[in-house]
Design a protein around this ligand. Sequence first.
Ligand SMILES: [Ca+2]
Length: 511
Amino acid sequence: MTQTMRRRDFLAAGLGLAIGGLFVGRVTAQAARPDKYNVLFISIDDLRTLLGCYGHPEVVSPNIDRLAAEGALFTETHCQAAACAPSRVSMMSGVRPTTSGAYYFVPMREKMPEVLSLPEHFRENGYRTLSYGKIYHYGLRDDDRGWSEHPWMPHGQIKGYMAPDSHAMQQQLALEAGEPENWVNRNGPSTEMADIPEEAYPEAKLVDRAIETLENIGDEPFFLGVGFIRPHLPFAAPKKYWDLYERDAIDLAENRAPIENATDYTIPVWWELRQYTEAPSRGNPPPPVSDAMARKLIHGYRACVSFVDNQVGRLLDALEAQGLAENTVVILWGDHGFHLGEHDYFAKATNLDVATRCPMILRTPDQEQRGLRIDALTELVDIYPTLCEAAGLETPPHVEGLSVVPLLAEPDLPWKKGAFTQYPRWPRLDKSGDVPLPPDGVMGYTVRTAEHRYVEWVRQEDAAVLANELYDYAADPLEQVNVAGQEAYAAVEARLSQLLHDGWEAALPAS
Ligand SMILES: [Ca+2]
C-alpha cells in the first residue's frame, strides 16, 4: 500500500474528527498498519523537564503539553552524558560513552568510524532521512552518511542573537580578542529580549523549511530530524515570549545552597555561563550569581522554552494538515538537563538529576492509551531501538538501549534497575579557562535507580575511586545531602556500587 493511499484512507476515516481530536482517548480510526511509519524527530537543546506537562504550570508550553496528552511522557529519562556532543553521539549511535569512549566533545566518526547510526539505519531501509538544525552537536558538524541530503542549518546567527546591540557587543569582543572577522561566533550577553518578529529567528526558519518539506514529501517514508538550538545559552527569544512571564513572580531554585558533604568533583568550575558578558567575573569558585541575575536567567530560559514550544506547535500542525500524523511516529527529547541556580550553578555537565534527567515524549500511531505518564527508568540510548520498533524496523544488534514500546501497552512492566550516566572532570583547563581538555582526569560514573543516585569519581590513570556520592530521593528530593559514607546507608551504598560496576546489561529487565 502506498503512503498516498494510506493518507487518503486516514483522511476519509478521520473526516468527522476535529483536528486535535484524533488522539483523544483510544484511537478511533484504525486502518491496516503500514509496513513502515514515518518518524518526526524533534530535538530541543538543553531542555530540562521544565514544562507544563512535567508538572510546571508556571511554564507556558501548550504545544509540547498537547503532544504529551496525545502520546506518552517519560518522567525518568536520563542522558548518558550531560553535555550536547556526547549525549547526542550516544543517542544517535545507540552506543554508550562507556563503550565508545565518546564522553566529551568528539565527533561520532572519530570514535566509531563504522557504526550504523540511527538515521543511517533508516536510510538503508528506504527512508528519506533529513537533518535540519542541531541534531548532532553543531560545532562538530553533522554526519553526512546518515542523511539523504546534506544536513541543513537555518542561516543567521548560530549564537541566536538578533538585536543590533548584541551584535555590536560581539563585534567589540571579537575586536578585543584580535579576531574581528569571526565576530558572529563570539558569545555576547547571556540573554537577549528583542522586539523582533519571531519569523526572523532561526528557529522559525527551521520550521518553515520542515513544513515546506512535509508539504512536498510525496510517498517516500521519511525520517525528519528537526533540532532546535534554544533554550541553549544565550537565552535569546522574541520579546513576546518574555512578556508571558512576570519576572518578580519567578521563584529561585529552592536548593541554591551548596550540597552538604559534596565532593571536590560534584559541581564543576563554570565553563559555560561565564563565557557570557553578564556572568560573574572569573574565579575558582566564581562569585555567586545575584538574585536579580538569577531571575533574569530563569526568565530568559522560560521565554526560550515558550518560543520553541510555539515552533513545535507549528510543526505538529503541519503534520496533521498533511494527513501525516496518523502514520508518523513523533519523538521529542532534550539532550540533558540544566541547572538554573540549583546549588548556585547555571549550566549542565554534572552527574546530578537536574543535569541528567531529560524530557522524552513519544507518540506512536499504534499506541492505544493516550496521555500516558510513564515512570519507568529510561535512557536516551533507548530512543534508537524505540524508533526502530515503533516504525517497523529491526534494531541492529550493536544498540545498547532498550525499546520503550512495550511500556506503551503496559506502563507498569518491570523495567530497568538503573539508568547510567558519566561525565568527567579534568585537572587541566585550556588557556581560556573554559573548555576542559581530555583525555586524562577523573571520570564520574553514576547510576540512578527509582530511589537513589550513586556516583563514583574514578581517576583514569589508575582506576582509583577518589570520592563517591549517594542521594536518597525519598528523604532528599533536591539532592542537598551526599549521604555516602554514612553508616545507615552502608548497605545501600554497597548494593548500588555493585549495580554500577555490573553495568547496564545487568540492569535490564528479565526477558
Ligand atoms: Ca545540549
